[in-house]
Ligand binder design. Structure first.
Ligand SMILES: C[S@@+](CC[C@H](N)C(=O)[O-])C[C@H]1O[C@@H](n2cnc3c(N)ncnc32)[C@H](O)[C@@H]1O
Length: 243
């Protein structure tokens, strides 16, 4: 049987999961010109999701773009734990939202919540706003809590965030495709990876409602150092809750 031409091109470019990648491309793109653009982008090293312009995250398809962090499956555990713990949250925020994948899933799973997202990277905010219009959340530009509307102070029931938490000297261990197409600021968390978490925790008490919580994902070894309650731990990652 003749090889699927897309699979063949992806395989020749060194894509280990060529069949799955071809299926992903076809799942999200119909127009042959879009398919061609995606395959051409992928064979030159664009991460698959950026080449296609879409990512699948916790059952939701979100728009992504070159230069914006690609949502990782491992971060789905933040949502799982957060929604399980606070199913009645009325105000929910996604800190460091990137394309807004966590916010999109929160908006789907907490239909009565007012969901906001914030990122310091203007390119990420553009994509998050597009996902926000589709899924029903509002994306803001700014730094952590300070980037949120000030009338949310003291009213946030649930905050989630997949913060940059890779120690600076481990950044080179990230796959080169991602390293070349995602900003360093999306992953680099300073010498021990925890600089951003410390910043977020410093001002958190002013923003959380009574009983409010912040849920994040860290490496398991980092979770041992930061206090907080470990909700799930597996494959070297730990979901940690504060508040
Ligand atoms: C690991 S990425 C996670 C993105 C998104 N939550 C996801 O899971 O796809 C971290 C994000 O934090 C953002 N970020 C870094 N510093 C920030 C700051 N001071 N304030 C807000 N966002 C920041 C980065 O731009 C990046 O989009």
């Amino acid at each position: 049987m003749r090889d699927d031409p897309i699979v063949a091109r992806l395989r020749a470019a060194g894509c280990v999961f060529a069949e799955q990648e071809a299926a992903f491309i076809r799942r999200h793109l119909d127009d042959p010109r879009d398919v061609e653009r995606a395959v051409a982008g992928r064979v030159t090293g664009l991460p698959l999701e950026q080449a296609v312009g879409a990512a699948e995250f916790a059952g939701t398809t979100v728009a992504v773009a070159d230069g914006v962090f690609v949502p990782r499956i491992r971060a789905e555990s933040i949502i799982r734990a957060a929604v399980h713990d606070l199913p009645d949250a009325r105000v929910a925020v996604d800190l460091g939202c990137g394309c807004g994948a966590l916010a999109a899933v929160l908006a789907n799973r907490l239909p009565n919540a007012d969901v906001h997202a914030v990122d310091i990277d203007p390119a990420a905010v553009v994509v998050a706003r597009c996902n926000g219009r589709r899924y029903g959340f509002t994306a803001h530009h700014g730094s952590w809590w300070d980037g949120l509307p000030h009338d949310l102070r003291g009213r946030v029931d649930l905050a989630v965030g997949y913060l940059p938490h890779v120690p600076s000297d481990h950044v080179l261990t990230i796959h080169p495709d991602f390293r070349s197409h995602e900003p360093l600021a999306a992953v680099d968390g300073g010498p021990d990876g925890l600089d951003h978490l410390r910043t977020v925790l410093d001002t958190m008490p002013k923003w959380l409602a009574p009983g409010g919580r912040f849920v994040t994902l860290l490496s398991a070894w980092q979770a041992d150092q930061v206090g907080g309650r470990v909700l799930e731990s597996d494959d070297g990652d730990a979901v940690v809750m504060f508040g």
